[in-house]
Design a protein around this ligand. Structure first.
Ligand SMILES: [Zn+2]
Length: 411
């Protein structure tokens, strides 16, 4: 597939930029807005990176990275690598998914593969548009081919990101040779890879919440995207994926369109009649943690995680009610805009201040960013935390936030 790389080399980058500006306008954004000025260039760069290995073969990747063991035992044992991180673009939706790959193979004919080459094979298989099962198979087949082994096991666990339905955690696996038949071999695999169930494969994805079949905006987004991919001479696997991606972009930006603005239900002032005074002057901490998916306005790629909102209040019952009735939908709406995490955190704090009757508010947001994950190893386990305070923060509130995030941490 000659995606954006060929386009870039042939001087089509500017046309790609123009198409991204057109897409932003279609989504109701102003491409001249300060945060979006450089977005077209970044989007093209990001897609280049996400599909940069489309042309590679296992032989290209491995080069001369196969070595011979100096041993008399031809069956010299088992090699495994755990948690090789990757990000890939889904063939069904063009949305990124990311996760970890575990690889094991039995040494045959004393041939071993340089360890960094195993990671390179995973990287090469993931930097292209394909399904998680195709990725899994591609890694297994590459290792079979270059090592000459008959026993290879590949397990992939990934998070698939959607804007219109919950994130999905999907497991896929590919086992060959005696790994599929011999109980002893399977037990060895479980030992080296620390897997609970080495044969587990789970392809259940929850159905989507919304149908947008007749929405004219989705149709316009699809038109813009087709124009983008077309101008960049991009060969896509199928047209359905463009439609699915258009639906995702629709939901990614739905919060910036007025009709979906959240209504703010402000808490009542606490009753300060004389007999209530003693009780209402005591404050307590009320908090919640909300999961979200948003879109980085610089790369048009998702970031996802959770946000802690805590406040000190004299009316904990009303505050709890407000958190679930007003703050949660507010966060969903704020996340459904083109964002940067720092801004998202501030907007959530502003929204919470307007709804909660408090003078002490703490918002902590933690997320993983696909634009970081898509850009090579080293940033895969980076979790970005941003914090926003309004008023004086008590030790109790601070401790509450730290404990809540420790329980629900993104990684
Ligand atoms: Zn980004």
């Amino acid at each position: 597939m000659t995606i954006f790389l060929a386009a870039a080399m042939n001087g089509y980058v500017d046309e790609g930029h123009e198409a991204v500006r057109e897409l932003l306008t279609t989504l109701g954004e102003d491409p001249r807005r300060q945060g979006l000025v450089d977005t077209p260039r970044r989007v093209v760069e990001a897609w280049k990176e996400l599909t940069s290995c489309s042309q590679e073969t296992p032989e290209n990747v491995v080069g001369n990275g196969v070595f011979e063991l100096e041993t008399t035992d031809a069956q010299a044992g088992l090699v495994s690598l755990r948690e090789i991180p990757f990000a890939c673009v889904s063939v069904d939706t063009l949305m990124p998914f990311h996760g970890n790959c575990h690889v094991a193979y039995k040494i045959a004919q004393k041939k071993i593969l340089g360890l960094s080459k195993v990671a390179r094979i995973v990287r090469s298989a993931s930097k292209r548009i394909q399904s998680q099962q195709q990725l899994t198979d591609m890694v297994a087949e590459a290792i079979l081919k270059v090592t000459g082994s008959k026993e290879v096991a590949v397990f992939v666990t990934a998070t698939h990101i959607y804007y219109d339905r919950p994130l999905a955690s999907v497991k896929t696996s590919r086992l060959t040779g005696k790994f599929t038949t011999s109980k002893q071999e399977i037990q060895d695999l479980q030992l080296v890879l620390q897997l609970d169930d080495a044969s587990e494969s789970d392809l259940q994805i929850e159905g989507c919440r919304h149908s947008l079949q007749s929405d004219p905006l989705v149709e316009r987004v699809r038109h813009s995207l087709s124009s983008l991919f077309g101008r960049m001479r991009c060969t896509l696997p199928n047209q359905t994926s463009v439609y699915e991606y258009s639906r995702q972009m629709y939901w990614a930006t739905v919060g910036s369109r007025d009709a979906f603005a959240p209504s703010v239900q402000t808490m009542q002032e606490p009753d300060s009649s004389d007999e209530e005074n003693d009780r209402s002057s005591r404050t307590s901490v009320v908090s919640c943690v909300v999961e979200f998916v948003s879109t980085c306005e610089h790369h048009l790629l998702p970031f996802h995680g959770q946000v802690f909102i805590g406040c000190c209040t004299r009316d904990p019952v009303a505050a709890r009610c407000c958190l679930s009735r007003s703050i949660r939908p507010g966060i969903a709406s704020i996340a459904s805009r083109l964002q940067v995490q720092e801004q998202l955190t501030n907007q959530i704090a502003d929204h919470a201040m307007s709804a909660l009757n408090t003078d002490s508010l703490l918002v902590i947001c933690e997320a993983v960013h696909l634009c970081m994950i898509a850009r090579g190893p080293g940033t895969h386990h980076t979790v970005t935390r941003t914090m926003c305070k309004r008023g004086e923060i008590s030790k109790e509130l601070r401790d509450n936030g730290i404990a809540a995030l420790r329980r629900t941490s993104t990684h």
